[in-house]
Every structure is written in structure tokens, then in C-alpha cells.
Design a protein. Structure first.
Length: 334
């Protein structure tokens, strides 16, 4: 009888352990299934799995869901930044504390005051300059606010737009160009190009190029690959220079004006290419401060083309560009 009781107890314990184990496995399996279900068949992530998205931003397929015109909110879900985009962005200082004070502007060689930069003209190569870039727009409200801030400060920027939004907000595209800013190609639907076959890559880029040429009369010269992801297929199919960045403001993640401002101004240096997204209210608000402060420090705010033109660098199709400091320029002239 004793042996029967002992055997029963052992069996009971084994059953409890087995149930606990399988329950745990079931939970994990559900998580994996949810991640798989969040893909659209091309490997592109939808919102349900955005915590696994690259640091470039938290959506891939449906930007209008995140930046729903004037309904964009700054208290949206903040996503864990587990993966830096591009792999080559080691220059980005991701250790800047939000509590750090803004650097003393006297530490920056500011030149001698402000200088207007013609829409199609040269920046002064003897003075510090940076290129502000804005991805994922245009947005009818926030993009317009940023363009107005640039105009007030005799500044220019480059807007890498989605074809799907450009055809929806044609007047905003015209406003960008009218004020001397540059338009770049950011694909049609924000699919991650490194996951696509060559014909799909070409379609994403060409479709947007055709849309922008129809609106502005000029095809875009520059491309910013989505998520900063580049491989040999992207380099071959782009048919244009690939513009990445040296300062990532992480505006898509924080959605916090002060954090965006501090991160930018504590990191910026001559020749930097700064990444922002003009589909958020917090970014538009931060950009106004950043633009004004950088101009006060003596920086010229120029387009990508003006930045490399001033440093006498010819941009090449299929080549990646992250910055253009005087040191970089001195070692890369033809």
C-alpha cells in the first residue's frame, strides 16, 4: 500500500511539472505566432510586432495609421530600440543623456554671423554647416510648420518623402520646393528594400520618382533607403546616391520635444546629416527650436546637395553617405 501511495505521489508531481511546462511553451508559441501574423507576406512588419522593428521608425506598411494626418499623438506607444539601423551608423552617439545641458555655443567655430543661402546656390565652404533631413512625409500640417521655420531662419533642408503620401499631399510637396528645400525619394510604401527582389526595389523607387517628377517637374536626385537598410541589390537598383545619417534624433521613439532638442544639440557637429521625421507634432515643435538654435550658433542649414557641393564632393549612384565634415571632404575629393 505504501508503495502504491508513493508511486501515486510521484505520478502526481510529474503531471504538475508537465502541465506547467506545456503551459509555458504554449505562451511562448502564442508570442511567436503573433509575430508571424504581424507580417504582410513580404517580411514587412505591421504594427502588432513593432517592438521588433528597426530603429528607423516603428511602422513599415501603414504610415497613415501612425501619422493619421492631424490626429497624430505624441503619447503613442513608445517602442523598444533594440536594433540600430544601417549597421554603419557608429557615429551616432546613443549615450547622450536627456538631462545633459546643451553644449556651450562658444565651443563651436561659428564664423561671422548668418548668411542667406540661395535655393540653388552654394553655401559658404568656410563656415560650419549641417543638413537637416526629414523622412516619411509630407504631412499637411507638420511639414508646413517646419518649412515655415526654415524660411524664417534663412535655412534649407531635405525632405525624403513617401510616394504614397506625396500623391495625396501635392500642395505640400510644392510648398517644400517653393521655399528652396530639396525633395528626396524614400520609396512608395516604406517597404524594407533589403527584403525585396530587384524588380520590387526598382518599382518602389521609380514609382515615387515618377510621382515627384509629375508634381514638381523634376525627378529626385537622392534616395534614402527605408530603415537605413542597404545591400548590393539596393545599391545596384537605386540609380542614385544613398543618403543615410550621422545624427539620429530618435524622434520617432521619444515623441518628446525636449528630448529631441537635447539629443540634437548635444550631438551635432559640422558636416552632420541629421535624421528627423516630419509626421509628428513633437518633431515639428522640436525642429523649430533646433533650427533657430543652430542658426544662432552660426551653422548654415543646407540641403544634402548644397552640403556636398560646398565641400566639392560629387555624389555617386549606389554609394552610401553619412556625413560631410571638412575632414571627410578633404579625404574624398576627386
Amino acid at each position: 500500500m505504501k508503495k502504491i501511495i508513493q508511486i501515486s505521489l510521484v505520478l502526481l508531481i510529474l503531471m504538475i511539472i508537465t502541465v506547467g511546462y506545456t503551459s509555458g511553451y504554449g505562451a511562448g508559441e502564442k508570442s511567436v505566432s503573433a509575430y508571424a501574423a504581424a507580417q504582410d507576406g513580404t517580411g514587412t512588419l505591421k504594427e502588432a510586432a513593432m517592438e521588433n522593428a528597426p530603429a528607423d521608425r516603428q511602422y513599415a506598411v501603414e504610415p497613415d495609421k501612425i501619422a493619421n494626418d492631424n490626429k497624430t499623438t505624441d503619447d503613442s506607444k513608445i517602442i523598444d530600440d533594440k536594433k540600430l539601423t544601417g549597421g554603419n551608423n557608429s557615429k551616432v552617439n546613443n549615450n547622450v543623456k536627456d538631462s545633459d545641458k546643451i553644449k556651450d555655443s562658444n565651443k563651436i567655430k561659428a564664423g561671422s554671423g548668418r548668411k542667406d543661402i540661395p535655393a540653388s546656390g552654394m553655401a559658404d565652404p568656410g563656415k560650419p554647416m549641417v543638413a537637416l533631413t526629414f523622412d516619411d512625409g509630407p504631412h499637411p500640417k507638420y511639414t508646413a510648420e517646419i518649412v515655415e521655420a526654415l524660411k524664417k531662419n534663412d535655412a534649407r533642408a531635405t525632405f525624403f518623402v513617401l510616394g504614397s503620401r506625396a500623391e495625396k499631399y501635392k500642395s505640400t510637396i510644392n510648398t517644400i520646393v517653393k521655399n528652396g528645400n530639396e525633395i528626396g525619394n524614400h520609396t512608395y510604401s516604406h517597404r524594407e528594400l533589403t527584403r525585396l527582389k530587384k524588380p520590387e526595389i526598382q518599382s518602389e523607387i521609380k514609382k515615387t520618382s515618377d510621382i515627384l517628377e509629375a508634381i514638381t517637374g523634376k525627378a529626385p536626385f537622392l534616395t534614402r533607403p527605408t530603415y537605413g537598410s542597404v545591400n548590393e541589390n539596393v545599391k545596384t537598383c537605386a540609380g542614385s546616391p544613398l543618403i543615410l545619417w550621422s545624427v539620429d534624433t530618435l524622434d520617432w521613439k521619444s515623441r518628446d520635444k525636449e528630448k529631441i532638442v537635447h539629443r540634437t544639440l548635444n550631438t551635432v557637429k559640422d558636416g552632420d546629416i541629421i535624421l528627423m521625421h516630419d509626421i509628428y507634432k513633437s518633431t515639428a515643435d522640436a525642429a523649430k527650436v533646433v533650427i533657430s538654435e543652430l542658426r544662432a550658433r552660426g551653422y548654415q542649414l543646407v540641403t544634402i546637395s548644397q552640403l556636398y557641393q560646398a565641400r566639392d564632393i560629387s555624389l555617386e549612384n549606389g554609394k552610401e553617405y553619412f556625413e560631410c565634415s571638412t575632414y571627410y571632404a578633404g579625404n574624398n575629393k576627386k
